[in-house]
Design a protein around this ligand. Structure first.
Ligand code: SF4
Length: 895
């Protein structure tokens, strides 16, 4: 069958859920271009750099192409048999709770639905939890406590229609770039719109704000409850809305009226200027059309649920909910975190918003699925789940499309758990993730472009993710793999789906099953679609309760909450700080997060050369006075450590960072850098209601690390570097060519042996070398059939060619001995230089800081001029906030 030339699908990265148009070439096998889908309501044609670079990730060198059992390639039958027999035996010997699934917001809804059905309906345990537990579990709890259901009542249009947008705990410009672009466009059209950013750091999002509250980490509830009480005391509550739609506990009002903490006290408690807090309180009180956007900075906390409710309180109190331009908007991190919530793939939920604690709901689900029994008690949430594995209570663990060795806190403990587990099954698209190395069985799963199904974004919009490429090797869709195991276990009747359309129909039908409106999630209007209708399905926001229903932009404009009384609940929150506390030995609080051009544990984004130009290596942001106090220099290496682990990363000294706080991104794993596993430093403490780990705060010590020499290696394959005393990170600089940047933390002892090991040389190929050990100066080329396979340059003074230029030699023939001199000299490509290039800013057009600084030196002062002269920011626009920050910094230093 010939492929259509353009396919509408969705991006596999963030929870914005952008629609993409993938234009295929004439053969239908390759991609001509990937653009934002102008018809998709989430992005309206926009795209960020991660989405735009997706075609660079399609080859994914490191694909898992065949099933692997106990380290040996196997066929599907053998692999399924091993998994199913393992589950069967474990259930027989130890009961259903000895088996667990750890799933992911990367799964499509259809995959998620089938996994949850197998575990909760047929294996008979609730031990299925998702990596979404690390992302938005606190929002789920907050929504359920306030609204009675896990509902985001707002939509993206509200951001554009608001007069005040409060962004709290979210670096939206980097983590949800297209949504931030929409907001910036609205602000440009209506400059009177105000934007407040609440964040300890001066992030790229702050560049677009009217007011930045650089709050002390963990103090969000103090600020939001301060606002809540201030609104009550100043008679800003919407009494009519409260009267009709909200359960008001008089104690809350009494407390607020007599609460002594005004803006002054709140400001002191939060480390803010009193006037800034007053301004924020006044703007919120005055502005009816207010949207509060929040994300991981709120959720990833030991009091995340309370922080969410503190925000929701302010919207309920003022009746600012469910109408155009107002409401709370929780931004989900992953492309289908919301889909996982719909199908109930969290250990404390059932499918389709049915309640695990309700006997009626369990019975409903049992009848609908034809299941033998549904578990009555919640399963184990992510952190507890891995504790139980380590304790030997869980014998079989099936991990789908996620990399907990990098993403969970206290990595050392996760490693011990995986080593101890009797049967670890990993279904994934990549062969050698940090987690897959512990797998007894590896199952090759389809990846983006090969998968077919649906995802739901942060505004409840269900969109099709369509396939446009054939699965590589023997890869299969996740739903198919789970179905094979279910059938082997004897559940054929419940698991014989013909494809994702059939699964989606059942999922939609369940949402409407015996649902008279008491369950918010209802898409039964989509239950009876034909395969062709499912194929053509357009993006739509749930609820969709009847056929022909156009979807629901907003909820709760007229109340109708999903509590027993139909009223929303205000909660009195006692602010609790973080559980991390500094000491003499661990004097800094480490905050973690994301960078603009990387995604989660880099298994996809880490292979795209375009995405490495912005921030290619892990860097810790440090306030200048903190850096001085421990003798760390800008651009030098430093060590962060505590009792759980250590990382060695480059220091970025910046006043954008609060004193006493450090910031380090979470992406880099052992596969992409030496000693950069930041979650290894985080404590496994969790929110008591949501089970979400506190990934934003941990006490650490900081010290400088000395570098003895510098260097780089180029290799056609990833190298297995596990060297003590060697600092490195790797990036792809073109397809099939990896660059390793090196720094020596100690002098080489036996250089010949060491360098051979690093370069992975087994004696084959030709080895050319120049060595001056006294100066740590080495130049090595490894050739095979006249072609360069690997190259290494080391020098204590960094006197070597730029590897990006040297990489050109990998496409040349060096069969003639006369040509080989340049391999040692490296001078055919550029003179030896210790000048590094600027840091990449615009990945689309390769514009770096040096080029922008050059323009500024010539008097350029506006973003528009930079864009006009360098094209920077004229494609996806992801770099515009950073260009603005650079211009502002220049202007303020000039002033
Ligand atoms: Fe993908 Fe970027 Fe859109 Fe997020 S904002 S969905 S990463 S294109």
């Amino acid at each position: 069958m010939s492929k259509p030339c353009a396919i509408q699908t969705t991006c596999p990265y963030c929870g914005t859920g952008c629609g993409l148009t993938v234009e295929m070439n004439e053969t239908g096998e390759g991609i001509n271009s990937i653009r934002g889908d102008v018809g998709h309501p989430a992005n309206q044609g926009r795209i960020c750099v991660k989405g735009a670079a997706l075609d660079e990730t399609m080859s994914m060198d490191a694909r898992l192409l065949h099933p692997v059992v106990d380290g040996q390639q196997a066929n599907w039958h053998a692999a399924i048999t091993r998994v199913a027999e393992g589950i069967k035996q474990s259930v027989l010997e130890h009961g259903p709770d000895s088996v667990a699934f750890y799933v992911s917001g990367q799964l499509l809804t259809e995959d998620y639905y089938v996994a949850n059905k197998l575990m909760k309906g047929f294996i008979g345990s609730a031990n299925i939890d998702s990596n979404s537990r690390l992302c938005m579990a606190s929002s789920v709890v907050g929504h359920k406590r306030a609204f009675g259901a896990d509902v985001v009542p707002t939509c993206y249009e509200d951001l554009e229609e608001a007069d005040l947008v409060v962004i709290t705990g979210s670096n939206m410009a980097w983590c949800h770039p297209v949504l931030h672009q929409r907001l910036m466009a609205a602000k440009q059209a209506r400059p009177e719109m105000r934007i407040v950013v609440i964040d300890p750091r001066k992030t790229a999002t702050v560049a677009g704000a009217d007011l930045h509250l650089a709050i002390d980490g963990g103090k969000d509830s103090t600020l939001w409850m301060g606002l809540f009480h201030d609104l009550i005391r100043n008679y800003k509550a919407d009494l009519s809305y409260l009267d009709k739609h909200v359960r008001v506990d008089n104690q809350i009002i009494e407390l607020a009226m007599h609460y002594s903490a005004g803006a002054e006290v709140v400001a002191r408690q939060c480390g803010l200027a009193q006037q800034d807090v007053k301004t924020f309180f006044e703007w919120f009180a005055q502005t009816e059309k207010t949207v509060s956007v929040y994300s991981q900075g709120i959720n990833q906390s030991s009091s995340g649920s309370d922080k969410v409710n503190a925000i929701l309180n302010c919207h309920l109190l003022t009746g600012r909910l469910g109408k155009a331009g107002m409401g709370p908007l929780s931004l989900t991190g992953q492309p289908n975190a919301m889909g996982g919530r719909e199908v109930g793939a969290l250990a404390n939920q059932l499918a389709a918003h049915l309640e695990l604690g309700s006997a009626e709901d369990r019975d409903r689900l049992k009848r609908f699925w034809g299941a033998e029994h549904i578990p009555e008690t919640p399963g184990l949430m992510a952190v507890d789940l891995f504790d139980a594995i380590e304790a030997g209570k869980i014998k079989v663990l099936w991990i789908m499309a996620t990399n907990p060795m990098v993403s969970l806190p206290d990595t050392h403990k996760v490693r011990k758990a995986l080593e101890k587990c009797e049967l670890v099954v990993v279904s994934d698209a990549v062969a050698n993730s940090d987690t897959a190395q512990y797998a007894h069985v590896k199952l090759p799963a389809c990846t983006w472009g090969e998968k077919d199904g649906t995802v739901t974004n942060s505004e409840r919009r269900i969109s099709r993710q369509r396939s446009f490429a054939s699965p590589q090797g023997e890869a299969k869709p996740d739903w198919w793999i789970i179905q094979q195991v279910a059938q082997y276990l004897g559940y054929y009747d419940a698991f014989h789906y013909s494809g994702p359309a059939a699964i989606f129909s059942e999922h939609a039908a369940l949402s409407g099953f015996e649902n008279d409106g008491e369950r918010a999630f209802n898409i039964s209007g989509l239950a009876n679609q034909s395969d062709a209708q499912y194929e053509q399905m357009q993006p739509i926001q749930w609820p969709v309760p009847s056929v022909g229903h156009g979807g629901t932009k907003r909820l709760y404009s007229e109340g109708g909450y999903h509590t027993l009384s139909s009223r929303a609940h205000l909660l009195e929150i006692q602010p609790r700080g973080s559980q991390a506390s500094v000491s003499d030995t661990h004097a800094f609080i480490l905050n973690t997060g994301r960078v603009r051009d990387q995604w989660h544990t880099m298994t996809r984004s880490g292979v795209a050369p375009t995405l490495q130009t912005h921030i290619p290596e892990p860097m810790v942001a440090i306030h200048p006075e903190d850096a001085q106090s421990v003798g760390v220099e800008d651009g030098g290496l430093c060590r962060l450590y505590n009792t759980r682990g250590q990382v060695v990363v480059r220091a970025q000294i910046t006043e954008d960072q609060k004193q006493g706080d450090l910031y380090l991104p979470m992406h880099w794993s052992d596969g992409f850098a030496s000693e950069a596993l930041v979650n290894g430093l985080m404590a496994p403490v969790t929110d008591p209601y949501s089970g979400q780990p506190e990934l934003k705060q941990s006490a650490v010590a900081l010290c400088a690390v000395e570098t003895h020499w510098y260097g780089w290696m180029l290799s056609r394959e990833p190298l297995a570097l596990q060297e003590k005393g060697l600092h490195w990170y790797r990036i792809p600089i073109s397809e099939g060519l990896w660059l390793y940047r090196l720094e020596g933390l100690a002098a080489l002892k036996d250089w010949k042996t060491d360098l051979r090991r690093w370069l992975g040389c087994d004696g084959s190929g030709e080895w050319l070398e120049f060595a001056d050990p006294a100066r740590h100066r080495f130049r090595i080329s490894v050739l095979k059939d006249g072609l360069l396979q690997r190259a290494l340059f080391m020098d204590a003074q960094q006197l070597y060619p730029q590897p990006e230029d040297y990489a050109q030699l990998f496409s040349k023939d060096f069969s003639q001995p006369a040509d080989r001199l340049q391999l040692m000299m490296g001078q055919s490509v550029r003179s030896c230089s210790n000048q590094s290039r600027g840091r990449g800013v615009c990945a689309c057009f390769g514009v770096d800081t040096v080029a922008i600084e050059g323009l500024m030196a010539k008097g350029v002062t506006t973003v528009a001029e930079v864009t006009q002269q360098l094209k920077a920011g004229s494609n996806c626009g992801s770099c515009l906030p950073e260009i603005k920050q650079m211009l502002e910094a220049r202007q303020s230093s000039a002033a």
